[in-house]
Ligand binder design. Structure first.
Ligand code: TXA
Ligand code: MG
Length: 318
């Protein structure tokens, strides 16, 4: 933990006066403010330049706080909380009247999760309110997995940042909602769909078109570098066809020595998908800062976290 007591108190003071700060979580950094305060939440939307039809996730520090955030919780939701909280699973539940409509973009549902990060939990447990927090980057960009990413994304407008080091998981939470007791996957994330299905049975997956207005995570163009990006299962051919251009490669476990390209990011030498997930956004940030003509990403094995990685790469390449 890089955060000291003085910084922690300063962050808490800002939050207690309707201000916003960046906090570390195990997934990505969040831009946090009092979820019960319209004033604080408006500041989040303004700084992030996020459209108001895009709802935020509410973060709680203890299960007791859930009663002030959501109502009529399905049995399967409790089973999922038991299995994955604190952790990278967000549940979409019926909203409590305490939660202002600005948080939920007018929806009667609220997205809620308990993050698994010592700093985030410490902050939450010192406050009398939950924190609304989207990822701490400008809307549509690559999510931040370090304090430096947050600072770079906002430049002179950067908020006060609690530095909690590099995010352990590196990809956003998985979002699950319910139609009665039937679980619905709204966004692939840091808990694999397979692991969720072990607890609550088959997930119905919502596609982009169905949820685009609700879930920005499902917007087709999202998590995007500024550099034009391609996702391909024929990387060698594509790289050859870009001869003479400045390209960067985003690779799973092996460099491509036969391709003449100095900017090659290998996400996991061990071929470990969780490690690759952790490293993905930092590699995208690095490649994006090089002034390349194109980024070429290879398709990942489409299982477990590989599905989430492919999902983010598809959106980055739209
Ligand atoms: O890992 C994470 O979830 C991070 C950290 C900071 O917790 N947060 C994050 O927030 O990724 P954001 O705002 O970048 O993404 C929130 C997603 C969006 O896709 C939003 O549309 C969806 O949650 N969402 C929020 N409320 C919803 C609701 N009521 N129904 C469906 N989707 C909802
Ligand atoms: Mg985001």
């Amino acid at each position: 933990m890089n955060t000291n007591k003085v910084e922690l108190s300063k962050g808490i003071e800002i939050l207690n006066s309707d201000g916003i700060i960046a906090i570390p979580t195990e997934t990505v950094y969040g831009l946090a403010g009092n979820a019960f305060s319209e004033v604080a939440v408006s500041k989040i939307f303004a700084l992030k330049k996020r459209p108001h039809n895009n709802p935020l996730i509410v973060h709680i520090g203890s299960i007791i706080d859930l009663d002030n955030v959501a109502l009529e919780i399905p049995k399967k939701a409790y089973a999922l909380m038991e299995a994955f909280w604190p952790g990278p699973l967000t549940l979409v539940l019926k909203k409590h009247p305490n939660i202002p409509h600005i948080v939920t973009a007018g929806n009667e549902t609220v997205a809620v999760r308990m993050p698994n990060h010592a700093v985030a939990l410490e902050v939450l447990n010192q406050l009398d309110f939950p924190l609304a927090a989207p990822s701490a980057n400008r809307f549509g960009g690559i999510s931040p997995t370090s304090a430096a990413h947050v600072a770079n994304s906002f430049g002179f407008d950067a908020p006060f940042i609690l530095d909690g080091g590099e995010c352990e998981r590196g990809l956003e939470s998985t979002i699950v909602g319910f139609d009665g007791e039937e679980p619905i996957l709204y966004r692939y994330g840091s808990v694999s769909a397979e692991d969720i299905e072990k607890i609550c049975g088959k997930l119905k997956v919502h596609n982009n078109e169905e949820v685009a207005p609700q879930a920005s995570g499902m917007l087709s163009k999202h998590y995007a570098p500024k550099t034009k990006t391609f996702l391909t299962d024929k990387l060698t051919e594509l790289a050859i066809s870009f001869k003479g251009k400045k390209i960067g490669l985003l690779l799973f476990s092996k460099k491509m020595d036969h391709i003449n390209c100095e900017h090659q990011e290998v996400l996991s030498d061990q071929g470990d998908l969780a490690e690759a997930a952790k490293n993905l956004y930092a590699a995208m940030h690095r490649l994006d800062s090089l002034g390349l003509d194109f980024i070429l990403a290879e398709e990942f094995p489409n299982v477990g976290m590989g599905k989430t990685i492919n999902d983010r790469l598809q959106r980055a390449s739209k």
